[in-house]
Design a binder for this molecule. Structure first.
Ligand code: SF4
Ligand code: SF4
Length: 79
């Protein structure tokens, strides 16, 4: 069972949707199918990528425009 107080935000469990960090936008979300994920489709920089079936943000490409934040109806992405 997930206990938030014990979470080290390692993301290896695959359940973690977001690892907040003020400097580095990180994301590991499996809520949407990669083929129709609103965040992925909203990113004009192609910075949102699929890694092991999860949606992730490539921070080297991300310009922090926040279009993906607006596109996600579940308010998962924090940038
Ligand atoms: S903030 Fe902008 S550039 Fe970065 S992942 Fe989201 S949509 Fe793409
Ligand atoms: S749109 Fe939101 S819920 Fe869907 S994959 Fe992207 S971050 Fe996850």
């Amino acid at each position: 069972m997930f206990k938030s107080g014990n979470c080290t935000e390692c993301t290896t469990c695959g359940s973690c949707q977001q690892t907040p960090n003020v400097d580095t936008p990180t994301l590991f979300c499996m809520n949407c199918q990669p083929s129709d994920a609103p965040c992925l489709m909203a990113c004009s920089e192609n910075a949102i990528e699929v890694l092991g079936g999860a949606i992730t943000i490539n921070i080297k490409k991300c310009t922090r425009c926040r279009d993906c934040v607006d596109a996600c109806t579940l308010d998962i992405i924090k940038i």
